[in-house]
Design a protein around this ligand. Structure first.
Ligand code: PRP
Length: 213
C-alpha cells in the first residue's frame, strides 16, 4: 500500500508545556501524531526500498529528531550520511544557500533518500537533489516531515510527506528559531512577538523631561 496523502495539520491546541507558554501560541502537531505518521512513512519507505543499496542523506540541522525516529522505522541495511546546508536570509525569509558540510560516503550507484524537516520554498531540496544527481546515484527521492505548500517558489514535490501545514512559523521537533526550540518533542507555533518583536517606542517628551531632570 502506498503512503496515504499527508494530513493537513492546521489546528492549534493550547496544551503547551508551562516552560514554553511565554513563546508558543500553541501545539500544531503533538508527539503522538508525529510518531504515528512516521511509522506509516517508515513502512512505505521500507516496502519501496526492499533489497536495495540505500543511502539516507540527512540535511543538517533541522532533521535531528525526525531522522532518529524515522531510522528506527527502517529495519533493513542502509547507510546514513549528512549534508550541511543552510539558507541565510533576513528574518523569516529564506535567502542564499550555503553548503557547510559535504557528504563523506560514495553516492555513485546508491539509491539515495534525502531527508529534510520542512519543504518551504523548495530552494534547498532543489539544490540538494541537483548536487547529488551529479554524483550518479542509482535513484534519488526526497522525504520531508512538513510541507508548507503555499510558500513554494516554482514546482517541487517531495516523494514522502508527513504533514501539510499552513504558512505558520513552526518550531520544535528539530525546527528552530535562532537555533532554539529544536529539542521540543512536538511541532509548535511561535508567537509573532518572539520572531518579530515590536520596536521599543521612541522616547517622548515625558521621558525626555524625566532624563533631563
Ligand atoms: C530550513 C529547513 C530546510 C529549508 C527549507 O533550513 O531545515 O532545509 O530551510 O526551506 P526552503 O524549502 O525554502 O529551501 P535552515 O536553512 O533554516 O537550516 P537548519 O536546518 O539548520 O535550521
Amino acid at each position: 500500500m502506498p503512503l496515504s496523502k499527508p494530513p493537513l495539520a492546521e489546528k492549534l491546541t493550547r496544551r503547551i508545556p508551562a516552560s514554553q507558554r511565554p513563546d508558543l501560541a500553541g501545539v500544531l502537531i503533538p508527539e503522538a501524531d508525529l510518531q504515528r505518521r512516521i511509522a506509516l512513512m517508515g513502512r512505505a519507505i521500507a516496502r519501496d526500498y526492499a533489497g536495495k543499496d540505500v543511502l539516507v542523506v540527512s540535511l543538517l540541522s533541522g532533521t535531528v529528531l525526525f531522522l532518529a525516529d524515522l531510522l528506527r522505522r527502517l529495519p533493513f541495511p542502509l547507510r546514513v550520511d549528512f549534508l550541511g546546508v543552510s539558507s541565510y536570509g533576513l528574518g523569516t525569509e529564506s535567502g542564499n544557500l550555503v553548503f557547510n558540510k559535504e557528504l563523506k560516503l560514495d553516492v555513485c550507484g546508491a539509491h539515495v533518500l534525502v531527508v529534510d524537516d520542512i519543504l518551504d520554498t523548495g530552494k534547498t531540496l532543489r539544490a540538494v537533489t541537483e548536487k547529488i544527481s551529479a554524483l550518479k546515484p542509482a535513484s534519488i527521492r526526497t522525504c520531508v516531515l512538513l510541507d508548507k505548500k503555499d510558500r513554494r517558489v516554482g514546482s517541487f514535490e517531495a516523494d514522502y510527506v508527513g504533514f501539510r501545514i499552513p504558512n505558520l512559523f513552526v518550531v520544535g521537533y528539530g525546527l528552530d528559531f535562532a537555533e532554539r526550540y529544536r529539542n521540543l518533542p512536538f511541532v509548535g507555533v511561535l508567537k509573532p512577538e518572539v520572531y518579530a518583536p515590536k520596536p521599543a517606542p521612541k522616547p517622548g517628551p515625558a521621558s525626555a523631561r524625566k532624563s533631563a531632570a
